[in-house]
Write a protein that binds this ligand. Structure first.
Ligand code: GLN
Length: 308
């Protein structure tokens, strides 16, 4: 694709204008108080280019709970450390089911469909825990380094609420352990998973931190995290599985690899070009940000920057 210059700031301002009628649509995640209390009308969006210049609009520096967006980074760390071994324990197919569903696990012998549903992310976290002995700290350190924001931190209140409402995740982990697909003790795994979900970030942080996916595997400091092929593989799984049982709709509308979280954030990647992060806490029935998906739809429509 021809590298046409894009005025990212002007595009972001246009998008903020275009999605404003949607702000307040959808509902924030209600399963924990720290998420339920966030104003659904908030909206921020940022773009980072390959050099690390960041452009933003609205609440693009406002902190929010990263939640499942962290699953992309945990996956990258495991693939970087251990190559393809992970793919014996987790698949790469869209699930077509809600992110916290149990149903397919029994038919598929405790092998989750993909790394971005909760079951898959638990396996990936277990793998990182086995490799490093401290999965959540490894993840936090990586996000700090790649975003350049040393203040990034876990939110203890969110982590505690996750644990307090964690029966479904505990069920998933124990069920997979019964098939031998969890190596470490389940209680410690759940702690690391909940701490990961609790990391507080912003659109500015996440656009920068995700740049290795647009830079074909190169980290912010120029060192190689992933092979080009691994970076492609993560982008592909984001496209097909990153927005759960709405991944087909997201690909249709946005046409980019993307990963959502129930905090209302979505990270998207234009390989070889830029990364995006949008945040608006009102969610649709699949757990994806209503205004966030619309904003990314507008971005690819206005700029022509999609993978298709
Ligand atoms: N903490 C949430 C959970 O495990 C994360 C889900 C999400 O962001 N989709 O249920």
């Amino acid at each position: 694709q021809q590298a046409v210059a894009v005025d990212y700031q002007a595009v972001l301002e246009q998008i903020a204008h275009d999605v404003s009628p949607l702000l307040g649509s959808g509902r924030p995640a209600e399963y924990i108080p720290a998420l339920a209390g966030v104003d659904p009308a908030r909206f921020g969006m940022a773009v980072a280019d390959l050099q690390g210049n960041v452009y933003g609009v609205g609440d693009w520096r406002h902190p929010f709970s990263a939640q499942s967006i962290t699953k992309v980074f945990t996956l990258a760390l495991v693939l970087a450390a251990d190559g393809d071994a992970l793919w014996r324990r987790v698949g790469r197919e869209p699930s077509g089911n809600p992110f916290n569903s149990l149903v397919q696990l029994e038919y598929e012998n405790g092998i989750p469909r993909n790394p971005f549903i909760n079951a898959g992310a638990l396996v990936v976290t277990d793998a990182l825990q086995t490799l490093t002995g401290d999965a959540s700290s490894e993840l936090l350190e990586f996000l700090r380094e790649e975003s350049g924001n040393k203040e990034l931190a876990f939110d203890p209140e969110v982590a505690a609420s996750e644990a307090g409402h964690g029966d479904r995740n505990a069920a998933l982990a124990h069920f997979m352990a019964s098939y031998g697909n969890i190596a470490g003790p389940v209680p410690a795994l759940l702690d690391h998973y909940f701490w990961q979900c609790s990391i507080t970030t912003s659109c500015a942080d996440l656009t920068l931190a995700a740049r290795f996916l647009a830079r074909h595997g190169l980290r912010a400091d120029g060192s190689r995290l992933l092979s080009r092929s691994q970076a492609k593989q993560i982008n592909a799984v984001m496209l097909t599985c990153g927005t759960y049982d709405a991944a087909g709709e997201f690909a249709h509308r946005v046409g980019l690899p993307g990963k959502s979280g129930v905090g209302g954030g979505i990270v998207a990647v234009v390989p070889g070009r830029c990364t995006l992060c949008v945040w608006s806490p009102g969610l649709d029935a699949h757990g994806n940000s209503v205004a966030g998906v619309a904003a990314l739809d507008r971005f690819t429509t206005l700029t022509g920057l999609s993978v298709f």
